[in-house]
Write a protein that binds this ligand. Structure first.
Ligand code: CA
Length: 262
């Protein structure tokens, strides 16, 4: 196991910093935080700096310049300003990349890993590129999914969702974590979005029972090595701990089970 990469999150806003740090820790990073520019400049051992340019004390551009002047630590600038000129300035100041708020968590992690690869720094902890799970294979490098060797075309969110569940197959991933990791750290929208994607993913995989709904908790990737189920079998009945499916799609608590039954 590779040592965790130490990421310094420079962000004054608790509402942004906290879920972000939690998410990065789940991705295997070691995370520290600086809430001010001064604290950022005082921190010494970060291997990557995620630098919000809007800071309460010192201008983020100045922090960026000073960090760069003293070390080669990779810097990803975070800006609320999307104007092209700001982006260029951010890069001219020595940042290795930038990301514009609001950003998706997945996008951020992808950029962190790309910057770490590019700068030849410490390797980000990464799942092996091709993961074989029974009849299912997931290639994270090419973002392709295969069932029995046949490629299945998934949308980006469907891929991210499946990839997340497969990171720890058999473990329940709760809905909030799914929303944060596949959608956005600040997702406050309807959780129905998850159900819609789960239904579509089940249909595309052709094995609805592989993705099990654990009612009121979340989802898990169940065994993916069983034989094809006979036509007309009920989804998600395979796991001993699976709850009975909701009686009808009128159940407001339904976790998406009803959506993909004919
Ligand atoms: Ca800020």
């Amino acid at each position: 196991m590779l040592a965790a990469v130490r990421v310094l999150v420079v962000e004054d806003d608790d509402g942004i910093a906290e879920p972000l740090m939690e998410g990065l820790r789940r991705e295997g990073f070691e995370v520290e935080r600086a809430s001010t520019g001064a604290a950022a400049l005082a921190a010494t051992d970060a291997e990557l700096v995620l630098l919000d340019l809007g800071l309460p004390d010192i201008d983020g551009y100045t922090v960026c310049q000073q960090l760069r002047a003293r070390s080669k630590v990779p810097i990803i600038a975070v800006t609320a300003r999307g104007a092209e000129v700001d982006r260029v300035v951010g890069l001219e100041l020595g940042a290795d990349d930038y990301i514009v708020k609001p950003f998706g968590f997945r996008e951020l992690v992808a950029r962190i890993r790309a910057v770490l690869r590019r700068t030849g720094g410490a390797l980000a902890p990464e799942a092996p590129p091709v993961q074989q799970l029974g009849r299912l294979a997931i290639d994270r490098r090419t973002r392709r999914v295969y069932v029995d060797g046949e490629e299945i075309a998934l949308s980006p969110k469907e891929f991210d969702l499946l990839s997340l569940l497969a990171e720890d197959a058999g473990a329940v991933v709760n809905r909030q974590q799914i929303l944060e990791e596949v959608w956005d750290p600040h997702w406050y929208g309807p959780t129905k979005t998850v159900d819609v994607h789960v239904a579509s993913l089940r249909k595309k995989l052709g094995h609805p029972e592989w993705i099990e709904t654990v009612r009121r908790v979340g989802l898990r990737l169940g065994p993916t090595d069983g034989p094809d189920r006979p036509a007309g079998a009920t989804a998600a009945a395979g796991a001993p701990s699976a709850q009975p499916p909701p009686p009808s799609d009128a159940d407001p608590e339904a976790d998406g089970e009803a959506a993909d039954r004919p």
